[in-house]
Design a protein around this ligand. Structure first.
Ligand code: PEP
Ligand code: MG
Length: 324
């Protein structure tokens, strides 16, 4: 198997019936890039920038962020790099921001909510991203978007910073795509509206599953409810993909589910365009996808959507597409 995977490093990811999907990697720091390149990722689907902010005593400067983002886009050499703006809160804390203790941090003042309040911090990150966009194929992604107003406000702030940079003759890409994570059920349900105002979606199933099932992703006692193949989760994913495609936009997935061998046939059948996962999952996923037929999976995914339970979906996939 290892030898077979090694041959796929510099290959595109295509199904048996020559449908191309993009297999990208999730990273936390530029140090992860060796693994990404050695495993033949076609891009970065999620750069979790919060690690730049963690394990220190003060905010990283705009300059320090610019250097990190620039290094990533340059080393990816024109391949797409989706960089997510700060997603702090929930399971990720920043002691130096001195945020008030919350009873339900996963439902609290986190991610884009915090950034829209702490605008100096947000604007510095956006300037660093805009400057880095001149050095490669950088796309910006906002996390935890729940309403169109949040998206519009974040885009407005981005445009203000872009205009200011350009007014002072700083190089900024004019083609940079702006997208959102879909990880809150309201956003999945309202995807047709969001699709008109973004360039892409990336489905964050780690959070989307916990919010859909009301099951804390960190709590083992409710982990039996944390069901990626639950028909409700699959229907939300289906709605998001259809809504994006109706507007001619692409859809990725950057939660753990994107690299899951049971989920991959379903996601291909539902029409997902980009799968972003840990670097070590890329070659096994590319090998799996090369043996699948997109046309056949389209009707298979529709059949899966009619199942009553997560278990029913899983049994169906295993009966037809078991790898082992
Ligand atoms: C997600 O929610 O699926 C996601 C990719 O973001 P994180 O795991 O960083 O919350
Ligand atoms: Mg998330």
């Amino acid at each position: 198997q290892k030898a077979e995977w090694a041959k796929l490093v510099n290959k595109k990811t295509t199904t048996q019936d020559t449908h191309h999907v993009e297999l990208a990697a999730n990273i936390g720091t530029p140090k992860d890039l060796d693994g990404v390149i050695n495993n033949g990722a076609e891009g970065i689907g999620l750069y979790r920038t919060e690690f730049l902010y963690m394990g220190r005593t003060e905010l990283p400067s705009e300059e320090e962020q610019y250097e990190a983002y620039k290094e990533v886009v340059e080393r990816m050499d024109g391949k797409p790099v989706v960089i997510r703006t700060l997603d702090i809160g929930g399971d990720k804390e920043l002691p130096y921001l001195d945020l008030p203790h919350e009873l339900n941090p996963f439902l609290g003042h986190r991610a884009i909510r915090l950034c829209l309040e702490k605008q100096d911090m947000f604007r510095a990150q956006l300037r660093a991203l805009l400057r880095a966009s001149a050095h490669g194929n950088l796309k910006i992604m906002f996390p935890m978007i729940a309403t169109l107003e949040e998206l519009r406000q974040a885009k407005q702030i981005l445009h203000e910073e872009k205009d200011k940079l350009q007014a002072s003759n700083v190089d900024v890409s004019d083609e940079m795509e702006v997208g959102i994570m879909v990880e809150i059920p309201s956003t999945a349900v309202a995807a047709p509206q969001f699709a008109k105002e973004v360039d892409f979606f990336s489905i964050g199933t780690n959070d989307l599953i916990q919010y859909t099932m009301a099951a804390d992703r960190m709590n083992e006692r409710v982990s039996y409810l944390y069901q990626p193949y639950h028909p409700a989760v699959l229907r939300l994913i289906d709605m998001v993909i259809q809504a994006a495609h109706a507007e001619g936009k692409w859809v990725g997935m950057c939660g753990e589910m994107a690299g899951d061998e049971i989920a991959i046939p379903l996601l291909l059948g539902l029409g997902l365009d980009e799968f972003s996962m840990s670097a070590t999952s890329i070659l096994p996923a590319r090998s799996q996808i090369s043996k699948l037929s997109k046309a056949e999976l389209e009707s298979f995914a529709q059949e899966a959507l009619t199942k009553d339970t997560a278990d029913g979906v899983e049994q169906l996939v295993r009966s037809k597409y078991s790898q082992s």
